[in-house]
Design a protein. Structure first.
Length: 156
């Protein structure tokens, strides 16, 4: 299970709508608790993919390294990533499967005609053959802090 604050979930949905018809992407920071992963902060990252941005996203090695540094500074860990699927279901694609790593969570938001729809979370099995869906628990209490990312005018 992955727990995410309602404010963070809304930020992910807003990011997905704002970048439509292209995919958005970002990082999930948090910690592992007794009942699963707990997202404490999120960071939206600009999609660095140069082509086919409506079906692919890219987080550059530099952005990933800065995300790891930010996690360390916050005393948290990178729990995974989020991205959108414009006009497609919130299910991992074959491309997602080929580029995922076990343990991390992959939150996907479906965006239909510019409006966010379903949100799901997935974790890759250790054998890397398939994803398993993770339950998302939405915490309606206020998030500790919602971090604007480079893509929305903030900086790490």
């Amino acid at each position: 299970m992955i727990t995410i604050a309602l404010t963070q979930l809304n930020q992910i949905k807003a990011h997905a709508s704002a970048t439509y018809p292209e995919e958005c992407c970002g990082v999930l920071f948090g910690e592992e608790g007794e009942s699963g992963k707990i997202v404490r902060e999120i960071l939206d990252i600009p999609n660095a993919k140069e082509e086919n941005r409506e079906r692919r996203f890219l987080i550059t090695p530099e952005e990933y390294r800065r995300s790891e540094q930010e996690a360390e500074r916050l005393g948290l860990e990178v729990l995974g990533f989020y991205h959108s699927h414009p006009d497609h279901p919130a299910r991992p694609s074959q491309f997602d499967l080929e580029h995922a790593m076990p343990w991390w969570s992959y939150v996907i938001v479906s965006v239909k005609k510019g409006m966010p729809a379903d949100v799901t979370s997935w974790s890759l099995d250790d054998d890397r053959r398939e994803f398993r869906e993770e339950k998302i628990a939405v915490d309606e209490r206020e998030a500790r802090r919602v971090m604007p990312g480079v893509g929305s005018g903030g900086m790490l």
